[in-house]
Design a protein around this ligand. Structure first.
Ligand code: SF4
Length: 302
């Protein structure tokens, strides 16, 4: 393993590359990354980097976002088949029809959507700034929130506003149940429950804190509590234990594992740096329109 890491480091220097890794990535990938974070944080890094090559250890929508925000860089997705179910929950034709059916409504699209959907949106959001994005829109306008119904319902609660909710969602967070949390609380009675807003509303009611993965990490760091039940994808446990070595973290359910996020391997990162493939390139006409929605999102703090 050390040989391959040395090779990655050498190639990274030669290519003037940067490795961005989502906190749901395998531990060994997070270890070699220049930056780890959630979708919001990594989008910012992609927009601001002066590297020539961005290696995105994540899933396709993230690499697309990086390419939209930094079109002059080469964007590599080492795990070319790493997708996200939400990517196909709202496709271009369906969103076009929703616009026809609701001609005065604004479209907020979660960053997990394809570039073609972002291109039709008024603004994008991540789980870090979904509520702030919704709050920034005129109160007299209808808003269609695409595609995660759970994140939309959380934004509704935060903003005290009704949204037209698409019926998509993350299958990993969406499968967490009230029973999972009750069982975890029985097992770890002193632990606080930190939960991602992609979980269902009735499950979120049992949480002590609801927020994005970066929000969960910050909360755990600042909290005086020393034990936590973590209700998001298991990869975040690595960052939590790095930042808070004296605190205890328990995953709310062993089912909180996204197989797409685990498709990146050290070999694939090395090969991508060697060959500069597989690349993600968003066509110009889509990129220009989707960049506007993403840049508006980045202007709203996560
Ligand atoms: S955890 Fe959910 S939202 Fe994230 S990539 Fe996996 S399926 Fe998509």
């Amino acid at each position: 393993m050390e040989d391959i890491i040395d090779e990655i480091m050498r190639l990274k220097k030669e290519r003037n590359a940067i490795i961005l890794a989502h906190v749901y990535q395998p531990e060994e990938i997070q270890e070699i990354a220049d930056f780890t974070g959630d979708s919001y944080g990594l989008s910012r890094q992609a927009a601001e980097t002066d590297a020539d090559v961005i290696v995105f250890a994540g899933v396709r929508f993230m690499a697309e976002t990086a390419n939209i925000l930094s079109p002059d860089k080469i964007t590599l997705l080492p795990a070319a088949d790493a997708g996200c179910q939400m990517f196909t929950d709202a496709i271009e034709g369906q969103v076009r029809q929703a616009k026809i059916d609701n001609p005065h409504a604004l479209i907020v699209s979660y960053v997990n959507t394809p570039a073609s959907v972002k291109a039709m949106s008024d603004i994008c959001c991540t789980s870090s700034n979904a509520a702030a994005v919704v709050d920034s829109l005129p109160k007299d306008k209808e808003v269609i929130f695409v595609p995660d119904r759970n994140l939309a319902s959380w934004a509704e609660e935060q903003c005290n506003r009704t949204l037209l909710k698409w019926q998509g969602g993350c299958p990993i967070h969406g499968m967490l149940t009230v029973t999972d949390i009750r069982m975890a609380k029985i097992k770890y009675p002193n632990a606080l429950v930190l939960m991602h807003p992609e979980c269902r509303a009735e499950v979120r009611e049992l949480a002590d804190y609801v927020g994005s993965t970066s929000g969960i990490i910050k909360y755990a760091e600042k909290s005086e509590a020393t034990e936590f039940i973590i209700a998001t994808e298991e990869g975040v446990l690595y960052e939590l234990s790095e930042r808070c070595p004296n605190k205890q973290f328990h995953l709310a359910s062993r089912r909180l594992l996204c197989t797409n996020m685990k498709k990146t391997t050290l070999e694939k990162v090395r090969d991508a740096l060697k060959t500069l493939e597989p690349r993600v390139i968003v066509p110009d006409e889509i990129r220009e329109r989707s960049a506007a929605a993403l840049e508006k999102m980045l202007a709203i703090k996560g």
